[in-house]
Design a protein around this ligand. Structure first.
Ligand SMILES: Cc1ncc(COP(=O)(O)O)c(C=O)c1O
Length: 347
């Protein structure tokens, strides 16, 4: 049994975060209020988008984005296969049908070529995650002429051709789950330059004190969460710099190993939400060796989405499932831990 334990992912919480929460608790205003507004403004300004609506998760953000676009029964939404099931659920909740397409082998993101093949008269949107923090080819995807919802759950701060991820689609969403780039425990946000869409989302986020009845849920974020989001946001620059620093150490150390390190192109800025390596042979043995040495590593996707339905449709996703391993990367990882991980991989 290893005495050392290095978690695969971990939130980075400091005294500033705890102090902020205590401050909100003392005000007696715990639910959605001024702090939520302040957090919405900070994130929308940071992403260069005109407005934002905070909600209680990334999944809720996707659900309300689809509803605001009027997507429902009979409509189709294109999504990639190599991603978590959070993308499927809001589509089904909205009564629409997901069209699952394959991804690029190099960068894990939705393939514009495969997406194009699935467009029909019923297609109302493409959800485009920038997977593991690396921007998808948004320009090619926008060319398809279908509204794009950018999924920035893993990519806050990433850039595509100099523009912030989240500023390119009709709508975009974020997640602030516990181990995301910045956290509110659970939480999410919808961003857009279109005030009409944001107003619809704001209307659907809460059910009370509205005269005209319509089905609405409680998708609100609390001021406690938003305050944590604000103090986390004040550290975002450091969080991103530290992730990049760790990735650079991994990049140069793993260069001569039989491992493929993350893909890079000059027009995209990776934020390394995940550091995912490809191992052609013996992935399981590497995982086991790391485990024996107390290091958690994981398959970065639990099950590619096409596997829930049609077993042979997305060969690239299937290949990635066999090869990919995500190793620890987060701001609080120490230099000694990083070296220990590299030494463990070296064998
Ligand atoms: C790409 C992507 N989209 C959406 C979500 C959903 O976010 P949440 O867990 O906040 O509902 C996740 C969650 O991990 C995600 O990775």
């Amino acid at each position: 049994m290893a005495i050392i334990r290095i978690f695969h992912s971990k939130p980075t919480i400091g005294p500033k975060d705890t102090a902020g929460i205590v401050q909100v608790l003392k005000t007696n205003h715990l639910s959605q209020g001024e702090k939520v507004l302040e957090f919405e403004n900070k994130i929308s300004q940071y992403c260069n988008v005109k407005g934002a609506v905070a909600v209680n998760s990334g999944t809720s953000a996707l659900h309300l984005a689809l509803l605001a676009m009027g997507i429902g029964r009979g409509d189709e939404v294109i999504i990639p296969s190599y991603v978590c099931s959070a993308l499927l659920n809001p589509i089904f909740y909205a009564g629409a049908v997901p069209r699952i397409v394959d991804v690029n082998f190099e960068d894990f993101n939705i393939s514009p070529v495969e997406a194009k093949k699935q467009i029909t008269k019923k297609t109302k949107a493409i959800i485009v995650p920038h997977l593991f923090g690396y921007p998808a080819d948004v320009k090619e995807l926008l060319r398809l002429g279908v509204p794009v919802i950018e999924d920035c759950a893993q990519s806050l701060g990433a850039r595509y051709q100099g523009k912030k991820a989240g500023s390119l689609g009709l709508l975009s969403i974020c997640s602030f789950y516990a181990t995301k780039v910045l956290t509110t425990g659970e939480g999410g946000m919808v961003l857009s330059n279109q005030f009409k869409l944001l107003d619809k989302i704001r209307d659907l986020r809460e059910y009370d004190n509205i005269s005209a009845y319509k089905v609405r849920y409680n998708y609100k974020m609390t001021d406690i969460q938003a305050m944590l989001g604000l103090s986390q946001f004040s550290q975002l620059k450091y969080f991103l710099a530290r992730r990049k620093e760790i990735a650079q150490v991994y990049d140069s150390a793993l260069e001569n190993f039989q491992i493929t390190t993350p893909h890079k192109e000059p027009d995209r800025d990776h934020i390394y939400y995940r550091y995912v390596v490809k191992i052609k042979k013996g992935r399981r043995e590497v995982w086991q060796r790391l485990k024996n040495r107390g290091i958690e590593s994981v398959s970065p996707v639990f099950k590619p989405l096409h596997r829930y339905f049609d077993k042979n449709k997305c060969p690239v996703s299937d290949e990635l499932m066999k090869r990919c391993l995500s190793i620890p990367i987060y701001p609080s990882l120490t230099d000694i831990q990083i070296q220990y991980i590299i030494n463990s991989l070296e064998k």
